[in-house]
Design a protein around this ligand. Sequence first.
Ligand code: SF4
Length: 494
Amino acid sequence: MPEHWRYPFLPTASAILEDVNLESLLEDYFYAEARALAISRLETSATRGTIEIEGPPTNDENDIVLGYVISRLVLAATDNQALVNYVALSEALRAEAHLSSETDESLVLFVNKLGIVKVEFNGTDFDMNFVDYVRAASKLREGDWKLSNRGVSKGIVNLDRNTLIRLMREVIRQHLEELPKAPSEIKNRFEGTIEDLKSQVSKTFTERIGGLNTVVSDRQAEAMKELGRFDLSKAPPCFNLNLMDLQAGVNLPHPSRFFITTFLSSLNQDPEAVMRLFATAPDFKEAFTRYQVEHISGKTSGTQYSSPKCDTLVSSGVCPGPNALCRQIRHPLSYYRVMAESEKDPKDRMERILLATINKETYPKKLIERNIQNIGDFDFVYNEVKKRKLSEAFSSKSVSQINAKINHFQGRVYSVDLPNEDKKMWITKATVSVTDGNTDFDCLSLTDWKVALPIEEAHYKSKKMDLIVKPFEIDLDKGETRKLFLILDTVDES
Ligand code: SF4
């Protein structure tokens, strides 16, 4: 029988819980040692990615198993998936180290007692059903884990000892990442609801739980600090989503890591800062990650790999699905650049809005100059804003807050030939009109997609929203003038 102090997550270890009730486990001095071991398990996992708990005679086997159960209860109460993932990997690494010293027969016994995959010893190697193998290795990307590289004979995959032990690390990690609402052993013996159970646990461990959550958020914040002037609010959904996964302790597949590295390198982020970002991943290996990041960013290879296009990111599963701006661009770096519109000089911003609204093929120099002169020095800054009805805001000379429905939204990429230059100016714009239910009001084209994206979402959901607007009289050429709203901002409902 495998020793439970080494593998406390084995179903057979729960026999130790006979006659133990939750209250005494959390409060009784008799279990103080088990509680201390639980905290040690969690704290070293969160801070160093290891579990350093010695077996008998230093620690009693029952205390170790009960400590493990308490640590699962604390994890359930913290509700922090990043912490769960860090601990799952630390537990799996600890078990892997112990498995390396087992005999071949004990190794088989352990795998089959765990009950997730089955294995048989054939005298030399280990045989595993290919279905079990595929399930166990599904998230292993680096190395020869594909079934086609392994060779299958009559539905059986043949594994050497080291491969089986590495595979079991993965099986244990995945198993422990799926944190049950509470360990089933406890749940079966506990009368109350899961919420009662969680609150009992957090009552006892409040301070420690707070401390653990802080360790995780500190690790994440530290990584983001390294990114210097990188502006997350301009990043496309593919970047943000993968970054969120990374920070939640999810081990990202290779295409996602490659994308994050090349994307940040293209935006002149220091390879060291990119490296620190990956340090939040549960399977972080400094030397290996450094090699990869420095190679991809060109520091050691001399070739800076470029960030993949949207098409590639879609086919490799990195893209979570496009938003309204994504539909106008083909590369995530274009997304980042388009989102920087509001950082442009106010005069250039106004020129681009006017060009996008007037919509001529060749730069209409005189018309733009006339309009800029009429508008005067408007710098897009507003201080005092009065709430007004749409019709009142339309007649007002100042900035207003209105509540309106988005009647029309259409994104488009517009280009205009520049005078005396052999190039075009490209503008990603959105045409928008708003309504109070009776009258429709057209707006100047939107070029700031930090504003355009929430407007598109409200339009999609047919929801009313609060907007900051100011009307302007625009000369559209050939004697045609029209009053149009300039949308300066959206107002967050919260
Ligand atoms: S469409 Fe392109 S930019 Fe948008 S989320 Fe997908 S990959 Fe990223």
